[in-house]
Design a protein around this ligand. Structure first.
Ligand code: AMP
Ligand code: MN
Ligand code: MN
Ligand code: MN
Length: 276
């Protein structure tokens, strides 16, 4: 089964419409897809409809922004009911926090002479309920302040840079509880991307398991084989199901295209086994 259970549409910070993401996935040979926009589920109806028309299996998903200790961690929820009230209220709170953060990002940029960034970023927002750093990055690229989105992050939007804002997202336990309440399974997104010490990592995996987390992305949009081997070891050690994830955002803005993921090690339990 060629599964891709993590990608984005313009309902969060991807470039394509939900239906266009689904069509591209199908064209790339994906057999099971989940759309997982950041902190937002309003693209799922369109995506599901498009998947039905193409006979592509589809799972509802979301990628929730979490603060664990002082680190931002992303938790993907798969197989969720997007109409669940608890999940809906939680995500709405996170999105409101994004609006507050966006104002502060714009203030930080104004201090170094980049004015009108909030309005500029808004030009790249398709869903008025969801603004993120990528929308600012696209504005700064348009302003010729950097050559691409990645270098905007490096020079303006990461910790220590003028457009960086400390922000508290949802608690880990909350996010997992919302996903579980909505009938889904919580999955650790791109585990190799976090700046945690080995010791912290162990604490994090234990905390995630203790509050009901059940999966980890093992094969994801990176060419880094050692990170994937490490994720596979974690899946075995903690008994997590394994997921496949391109984290596709759009052509030219992503390391991996939809479905461009290596297959899971055969001894691991695929996360979709419990969802289909
Ligand atoms: P936010 O949730 O608004 O803080 O933005 C996080 C998003 O920014 C991630 O999901 C990626 O889409 C993007 N992102 C984070 N770091 C980078 C980077 N170094 N280069 C390009 N995009 C990045
Ligand atoms: Mn993103
Ligand atoms: Mn992420
Ligand atoms: Mn993602």
């Amino acid at each position: 089964m060629k599964a891709d259970l993590h990608c984005h549409s313009y309902i969060s910070d991807g470039l394509l419409a939900p239906a266009a993401v689904v069509r591209r996935a199908a064209a790339n040979g994906v057999e099971l897809l989940a759309l997982t926009d950041h902190d937002e589920t309003s693209g799922l109806d369109e995506a599901r409809e498009a998947a039905r028309a193409l006979n592509l299996r589809f799972l509802n998903g979301v990628e929730i922004s979490v603060t664990w200790r002082d680190s931002t961690i992303h938790i993907v929820g798969l197989g969720i009911d997007p109409d669940n009230a608890e999940l809906g209220a939680g995500l709405a709170t996170i999105r409101a926090g994004r609006d507050e953060r966006a104002k502060k990002i714009a203030e930080g940029l104004a201090e170094i002479g980049i004015h009108g960034a909030l309005e500029g970023a808004a030009l790249h927002v398709k869903n008025a309920n969801l603004i993120g750093r990528v929308h600012f990055a696209r504005f700064l690229v348009k302003q010729k302040l950097a050559r691409d989105v990645s270098s905007v992050f490096e020079h303006y939007l990461v910790r220590g840079k003028p457009g960086y804002v400390e922000h508290r997202w949802a608690d880990l336990e909350q996010a997992v509880a919302w996903i579980t309440a909505a009938g889904g399974i919580a999955v650790i997104a791109h585990p190799g991307r976090y700046n945690l010490s080995t010791n912290q990592r162990g604490h994090f995996y234990s905390a995630f398991k203790a509050c009901g987390g059940g999966g980890i992305e093992v094969c994801y949009g990176t060419r880094n084989a050692s990170q994937q081997q490490e994720a596979a070891r974690v899946a075995r050690k903690y008994g997590f199901a394994a997921s496949c994830a391109s984290d596709f955002h759009g052509v030219g803005e992503s390391r991996a295209d939809l479905g461009a993921i290596s297959p899971l090690p055969e001894d691991l339990t695929p996360v979709w086994a419990g969802l289909m």
